[in-house]
Design a protein around this ligand. Structure first.
Ligand SMILES: Nc1nc2c(ncn2[C@@H]2O[C@H](COP(=O)(O)OP(=O)(O)OP(=O)(O)O)[C@@H](O)[C@H]2O)c(=O)[nH]1
Ligand SMILES: [Zn+2]
Length: 294
């Protein structure tokens, strides 16, 4: 039988198949190979006489996050508020780059547009080729468009506390929002539950991963991207690839750099390039063997 792991907790995997959810264990062979199934994994399983399942095979993963443990994520939605708290663009750009690096599509949502306009911010991120939305959670304005982009995808939401993630989820999925809150309360969100992952099925197809781990999804040194791969994680830089005077251009300060030229004439947002330079400088501090990323 085939299915997707919609919940993983303490070595028990809940696998959603076409005719229901099966409680499964994993074959010992995975442990011996040091592989563990995670939420989002597509698996093959067999049934024991008592009706419980055994996971036999994990399908190839299109993406994988270790903390929180989550496979096959299609989309990471970064929620930022226009104010209270104000967005930290360096942090946002780091997260976006990490998502791109891990082959997960980044999506940006700005909230609280009833309090402060975010037109400038939307220009920056749309200009970078990233799907960007703005919502007013007090009225629900804009949430339909976000909902539409989630259809058929496995997504997760992340963002600082207080930016309006729960409000947005509740506006989009009133039923799911309730469930999320109950689950979070039961588990004590933000305590030591970062290894718990649960997927919620959406009416229109697709899933949302609820994982307390995301509230503390921080960019530690394991998430620093190797400097030679960093430019590849900025979608709007791709157009200029190979156009710099020096083939090994770092796009930070060189003469004849096509990326810097594009910043000067407004084709690339200044703040995005500043984040790139900052991340590049950080990446330079790390030695190659210190990367745990790929
Ligand atoms: N004016 C305004 N207030 C908002 C908006 N979105 C959320 N809020 C308010 O901001 C506060 C935080 O919203 P939440 O939805 O709880 O934020 P969260 O991101 O889920 O926060 P955590 O659960 O701590 O991670 C609440 O008081 C909301 O009513 C918005 O678009 N406009
Ligand atoms: Zn360059």
């Amino acid at each position: 039988m085939n299915g997707i792991i919609v919940k993983a907790i303490g070595g028990i995997y809940y696998v959603e198949a076409s005719d229901g959810i099966y409680e499964c264990k994993a074959r010992g062979v995975f442990r011996r190979k040091n592989i563990s199934p995670v939420g989002g994994d597509r698996v093959e399983f067999s049934l024991e006489d008592d009706g419980s399942g055994v996971i036999e095979k994990i399908e190839e993963r299109r993406s994988l996050l270790i903390r929180p443990p989550l496979a096959n994520l299609d989309m990471l939605v970064f929620v930022s508020s226009t104010c209270e708290p104000r967005p930290n663009l360096l942090l946002l750009d780091k997260f976006i780059a990490i998502a791109v690096f891990k082959k997960i599509e980044p999506v940006v949502v700005f909230t609280k547009i009833d309090k402060e306009s975010c037109d400038g911010l939307v220009d920056i991120y749309k200009g970078a080729g990233i799907k960007t939305f703005q919502v007013d959670n007090t009225t629900g304005e804009g949430s339909e468009a976000v909902k539409a982009v989630l259809e058929g995808k496995l997504s997760a939401f992340t963002g600082n506390t207080g930016v309006g993630k729960s409000s947005l989820l509740n506006n989009m999925f009133p039923a799911l929002g309730l469930a999320t809150n109950e689950i979070s309360k039961k588990l004590g969100r933000g305590k030591h539950t970062t290894r718990h992952v649960e997927l919620y099925k959406l009416e229109g197809g697709g899933y949302i991963a609820d994982t307390p781990g995301f509230s503390s999804f921080d960019t530690n040194r394991y998430d620093i991207i190797f400097k030679d791969k960093l430019a590849g994680c900025f979608p709007e830089f791709q157009k200029y690839e190979g156009k710099c005077r020096f083939p090994d251009c770092s796009h930070t300060k060189e003469k004849g750099c096509a990326v810097i030229e594009a910043v000067k004439n407004g084709e690339i947002a200044k703040s995005r390039h500043e984040s790139y330079v900052e991340m590049y400088e950080q990446a330079k501090q790390l030695k190659e063997w210190e990367y745990k990323n790929d």
